[in-house]
Design a protein around this ligand. Structure first.
Ligand SMILES: N[C@@H](CCC(=O)N[C@@H](CS)C(=O)NCC(=O)O)C(=O)O
Length: 195
């Protein structure tokens, strides 16, 4: 199976972590989503990640790919019945954090005279609110078995630190402790974002 991704994408990282947790071997194809015509043929939205199965079936986005890996994988499910609505809420927050961090980055990458101070502030404040809410759930994250909510949250925080800064740590001590602890897990350590 081929996963079209990039070393920096948090959504591709999420899919890769789920694959690793399930022992699924992937052929990772690194693409630039802003330039790749091959990606556009596979996914009209031209977003990564995209999965191409061995029979040519194409699957996107990261939510669908992660659910597929969980279904075919050999590990413990990352979508358990236990605390279903709790982990769904935290996974939603993790995804919202990731989307916010990515949109904030796009704003910062506009030419200086086209950047919106209002939008950048809007994204920064949203990221801070989400991190603060997750700090209130950090004890639950620390106590629970590794699941899709852990993966969504760590990918969001990882992108925030990689592309912006780590200032959230100063106001989120419990989330920081959980985040530091999770870094040694092999699927997390092996998927650190890079350019
Ligand atoms: N909802 C999608 C979001 C994917 C996404 O936003 N990917 C970014 C990379 S992190 C991308 O391909 N951006 C290219 C663009 O915006 O043109 C998912 O979960 O897979």
């Amino acid at each position: 199976m081929k996963l079209y991704s990039s070393p920096a994408t948090p959504f591709g990282r999420k899919a890769t972590i789920v694959a690793k947790e399930h022992g699924i071997a992937l052929d990772i194809v690194n693409v630039n989503p802003f330039e790749s015509e091959e990606l556009e043929r596979l996914n009209p939205a031209r977003l990564i990640p995209v999965l191409m199965m061995d029979d040519g079936t194409v699957l996107y986005d990261s939510h669908a790919i992660c659910a597929y890996f969980d279904e075919i994988g050999g590990g413990q499910t990352l979508y358990p019945e236990d605390d279903r609505f709790g982990w769904q809420r935290r996974a939603t927050l993790g995804t919202a954090l990731t989307e916010t961090s990515v949109q904030w980055l796009f704003q910062k990458r506009q030419p200086a005279d086209q950047q919106s101070v209002n939008l950048k502030t809007h994204f920064e404040k949203r990221a801070r609110r989400i991190a603060a809410a997750l700090d209130g759930e950090a004890d639950t994250l620390a106590a629970a078995p590794f699941r899709i909510d852990h993966i969504a949250v760590l990918c969001g925080l990882g992108h925030l630190e990689f592309r912006h800064d780590a200032s959230w740590r100063a106001v989120c001590p419990r989330l920081t402790a959980w985040y530091e602890d999770i870094q040694s897990r092999p699927s997390v350590a092996e998927t650190q974002p890079t350019d």
